[in-house]
Unconditional design. Structure first.
Length: 77
């Protein structure tokens, strides 16, 4: 949400880059907007892929869950 708000705020600076007086803001807005888009895409696609690929150690299995319910403390007597 913050990346979207920042991107929408920078969009007029990127679009109106040829206006005199925007010599500094136009290139800076392009760089910031590119960084926001890149970071968002990396967080959406690359990080989950890396987590799924390298998240578990080889040879280590998930803990087994018993299918039978455990007796309650009051039932034991």
């Amino acid at each position: 949400m913050t990346a979207l708000a920042t991107g929408l705020a920078l969009l007029p600076l990127v679009v109106a880059g040829s206006i005199p007086g925007h010599d500094i803001e136009h290139p800076m807005a392009i760089v910031i907007l590119g960084g926001l888009v890149t970071a968002t895409l990396v967080n959406l696609f690359v990080v989950p892929f890396l987590y799924l690929r390298f998240g578990r150690e080889p040879g280590r299995s998930e803990p087994e869950v018993s299918a039978q319910p455990q007796p309650a403390a009051a039932d034991q007597g």
